[in-house]
Write a protein that binds this ligand. Structure first.
Ligand code: F6R
Length: 372
């Protein structure tokens, strides 16, 4: 049951310290950074030279998160909407790994893409929360996110676990294929605030307690109250902050029924800026890579009178232009997007709660979409 919580969604948001710990437990060595998965034998990925991720909705945003982590690890990767895969599938061969990201393992569009990939020479992998699911059965390999049951239609804890697992998968594929690839572009390495494996993995150790702190101190409820009567809500971010912004907007529109859109921060000036007014708060996600540019994009919106809600650590330069602050701890950029996502989940939850929406069962939506 929901226990002390008004909604399953809030319960599931609050469970993330546990679900994140479960996702990573026994799967990485914090000293060496080595990743191992109990269901995927060593060497499975040693021939992989390209990763194609297929997914829908929130899982697609996790796939986009994974795509960026893979590319930053020097691996050719692309994330596609599963419902577009059949229309224009990219070329795949025996060195391609097709990853179906689906918490339920039953999404018809994703299963269809997985089936098509299975008929090709590619190796297939399902990243899912449900052990006996169709995706887990149909794929060549499977990786379980161990998030526990998720009842709320809006996916929350499954997103964070998928994003973390895909980050770990990137590391694992990079290790298994080291020597067969050219090193990642210098720019990618230089851009990370602290890119050492040791730092990243010690931050992963701390992630459950950082999420627990964030849940206790979040100002999401008062921010939701402050902007509850606005016209539309925009979410922008760059790099890993972009899929986080897309997910923030999807969650917001799905449970509040308000108009919300996610944009790549740099795209704002290429069109969406025409929508920006004093009645459109712009939630800006800073993940620690190229934040200075993202700040310029937030300033473009602030100049048009839009309130800026900055998702960033304390002491961040964005706070000079921000009207409101959703605080995240200063961690490795690979993981800060996960913490930002938790803040955005809380923002959507509280906004929907103030509007008295059917949070656990939004109109017109179902938990698992088994039709194409
Ligand atoms: C949104 C949401 C959906 C699902 C999508 C795919 O909160 O939950 O967008 O993410 O329908 O579902 P799965 O992951 O089960 O394939």
């Amino acid at each position: 049951g929901k226990g002390e919580f008004d909604h399953y969604m809030l319960k599931e948001i609050t469970e993330q310290p546990t679900s994140i710990a479960q996702a990573t437990e026994g799967r990485y060595d914090s000293r060496t950074g080595a990743v191992s998965f109990e269901t995927v034998p060593d060497g499975t990925f040693s021939d992989v030279d390209r990763v194609v991720l297929v997914a829908c909705g929130t899982s697609y945003h996790a796939a986009r998160y994974g795509e960026i982590s893979l590319r930053r690890a020097g691996i050719d990767a692309v994330a596609l909407l599963a419902n577009e895969y059949g229309v224009a599938a990219p070329p795949v061969d025996e060195r391609t790994l097709v990853v179906a990201v689906t918490q339920s393992g039953e999404t018809a569009d994703t299963l269809d893409a997985l089936r098509r990939a299975g008929e090709s020479d590619a190796t297939t992998l399902a990243v899912t929360n449900v052990i006996g699911s169709s995706a887990a059965r149909d794929a060549d390999h499977r990786l379980f996110i161990r998030a526990g049951p998720e009842i709320g239609v809006a996916a929350t804890k499954t997103f964070s676990s998928q994003a973390i697992l895909l980050t770990m998968l990137a590391r694992r594929i990079a290790d298994e294929t080291a020597g067969t690839r050219s090193p990642p572009a210098k720019a990618d390495v230089a851009e990370a605030r602290s890119s050492s494996v040791a730092d990243r993995w010690s931050d992963l150790d701390r992630l459950p307690s950082l999420v627990a702190d964030l849940l206790e101190t979040s100002s999401a409820e008062s921010i939701a109250r402050r902007y509850r009567d606005d016209r539309a809500y925009f979410f922008i971010g760059r790099g890993l902050g972009y899929p986080v912004a897309l997910e923030g907007a999807l969650k917001f529109k799905e449970i509040t029924y308000e108009h919300a859109e996610g944009f790549a921060a740099g795209e704002l000036k290429h069109g969406p800026l025409a929508l920006v007014t004093p009645e459109t708060p712009v939630v800006t996600v800073f993940t620690g890579t190229e934040d200075a540019q993202t700040l310029k994009n937030a300033e473009e919106a602030a100049t048009r009178g839009a309130p800026i809600v900055a998702v960033c650590p304390d002491g961040h330069p964005a706070l000079d232009v921000a009207d409101a602050h959703l605080r995240i701890p200063d961690v490795d950029p690979t993981l800060s997007g996960i913490l930002a996502t938790v803040q955005l989940q809380l923002l959507s939850y509280h906004a929907a709660s103030l509007l008295e929406r059917a949070i656990d069962k939004p109109r017109n939506l179902a938990k698992s979409v088994t039709v194409e």
